[in-house]
Design a protein around this ligand. Structure first.
Ligand SMILES: C[S@@+](CC[C@H](N)C(=O)[O-])C[C@H]1O[C@@H](n2cnc3c(N)ncnc32)[C@H](O)[C@@H]1O
Length: 224
């Protein structure tokens, strides 16, 4: 099943940016700039963007960690990562890693911030819970996880299309989370703040602090 999903994203990677450009209201990429700004990361920091796709969030993150910092883009689709590589050739701070976000191949407590933009709802079932546990493990104490997602559209027709799209993807759980996302995140983090973005069509949840004591486990051969 995991392989089928990877293949689906590999296939989709060829058209992803064009498809997004057709629908995007964010023509100048302002949303990812806002996301990077909210990480509060600075020069020399190491930040991680999970489910990075074609890497739209990586250039603004790379600019923030300039110098000896690292902006790591992680995805399980090689097609998406190839596209991300083409987009980020000018940024020596960018490093791309192919892995599943529910098993992050990094040491504990290394990241100054972890981001996820417009992708969390695409994760299946328990993968969401396992991914949040992994994010908590890999974050430095007190540092944030930022989740950017589409706001439910106000216009009734657009809202209907939005829900049809989610349902057509078999996203029963996504709908549950759409309705209870803040409560869901609060089960994993002490503090969850919702921030509206300038476009009003996306929102960012800034999550800090672990609600549970995490066992510190470093996967063998973890690169960072
Ligand atoms: C909507 S797309 C990319 C969104 C991208 N962050 C952006 O802002 O444009 C979702 C991405 O999540 C990746 N993905 C889905 N499940 C994953 C998993 N379990 N582990 C790693 N990546 C995953 C897909 O390969 C795909 O590139």
């Amino acid at each position: 099943m995991r392989k089928t999903r990877q293949k689906y994203y590999d296939f989709f990677s060829k058209w992803y940016d064009g498809f997004i450009a057709l629908h995007a209201t964010d023509k100048q990429g302002v949303l990812r700039e806002i996301l990077a700004e909210h990480t509060d990361a600075g020069p020399g920091d190491i930040v991680l963007d999970i489910c990075t796709g074609t890497g739209a969030a990586l250039p603004p993150l790379a600019r923030r960690v300039e110098g000896k910092g690292l902006a790591i883009g992680l995805d399980f689709s090689s097609g998406m990562l190839r596209a991300a590589g083409r987009k980020t050739t000018r940024f020596p701070q960018v490093c791309l890693v192919q892995a599943d976000c529910e098993r992050l191949p990094f040491r504990s407590g290394v990241f100054a911030a972890v981001t996820c933009s417009h992708a969390f709802y695409e994760l299946k079932g328990d993968t969401q819970t396992r991914t949040l546990a992994e994010i908590r493990r890999c974050l430095k104490p007190g540092r944030p996880f930022l989740m950017m997602e589409h706001e439910v559209p106000e216009n009734r027709f657009v809202r209907l299309l939005f829900h049809i799209r989610l349902l057509s993807m078999g996203r029963k759980r996504a709908l549950q989370i759409l309705r209870h996302e803040q409560t869901f995140l609060e089960r994993h983090f002490d503090r969850v703040i919702k921030v509206a973005t300038a476009t009003g069509r996306s929102k960012i949840y800034i999550c800090t602090g672990s609600t549970q004591g995490e066992a510190r486990f470093d996967p063998p051969g973890a690169p960072v």
